[in-house]
Design a protein around this ligand. Structure first.
Ligand code: ZN
Length: 195
């Protein structure tokens, strides 16, 4: 950031007294601007007719990853709960009516300052339609999932966990909670910086 959100003076990075990492500090009014991770909330909307299970995915109409498929998800807003955010994003992106179940996955993505969470959900009807942030909304059987065209690693890992748990239910297992840290891949030793 460049300017103070309190008084619009330029800010500079410095470590405040008693702190241990650089923050954007205003030299005019003294405001310290803390920046913390953002929460991304989404759902895994499922339609299961007599064991013929389908998962609802959205094709993104916006950057990043325009044209790639994702579970409905987006940034949590102030003054809402995680479940409210997951339902709202599913309505906004997929026009889908869902019943939310328990939290299924939590994925840390520290290098982009995000935490992604997905809830299991049941589609209540098939009246879904693409919202303004989606090009297309479509149900996929497990073998139809477009793995090479999934927008984000958090989504592909969540889908993989979900399909593994779903398949294991035949043995009497049930869905369990999954967590994972997605770390930035280390740059190759022989790679040349772009600038
Ligand atoms: Zn200021």
């Amino acid at each position: 950031m460049n300017f103070c959100s309190e008084c619009a003076h330029p800010v500079a990075l410095s470590i405040p007294v008693g702190d241990n990492r650089p923050r954007y500090v205003c030299s005019n009014c003294g405001a310290i601007h803390y920046q913390n991770p953002k929460m991304v909330l989404g759902s895994i909307p499922v339609w299961d007719a007599d064991g013929d299970m389908r998962i609802l995915l959205c094709k993104r109409a916006i950057e990043p990853r325009h044209g790639y498929w994702t579970l409905p998800a987006g940034f949590m807003e102030n003054n809402e709960t995680t479940t409210e955010a997951a339902i709202r994003e599913t309505v906004e992106e997929a026009g889908a009516n869902i019943q939310l179940h328990e939290l299924f996955s939590l994925l840390n993505v520290p290098h982009v300052h995000q935490v992604h969470m997905f809830y299991r959900a049941t589609l209540l009807d098939l009246n879904y339609e693409a919202g303004v942030e989606s090009l297309e909304v479509k149900m996929f059987a497990p073998h139809e999932i477009p793995w090479n065209d999934i927008a984000f690693q958090t989504v592909s890992h969540t889908l993989k966990f979900f399909l593994e748990d779903h398949a294991a239910r035949k043995n009497g297992d049930t869905y369990r909670f999954h967590t994972m840290d997605i770390l930035k891949p280390a740059p190759r030793a022989d790679s040349v910086p772009a600038n």
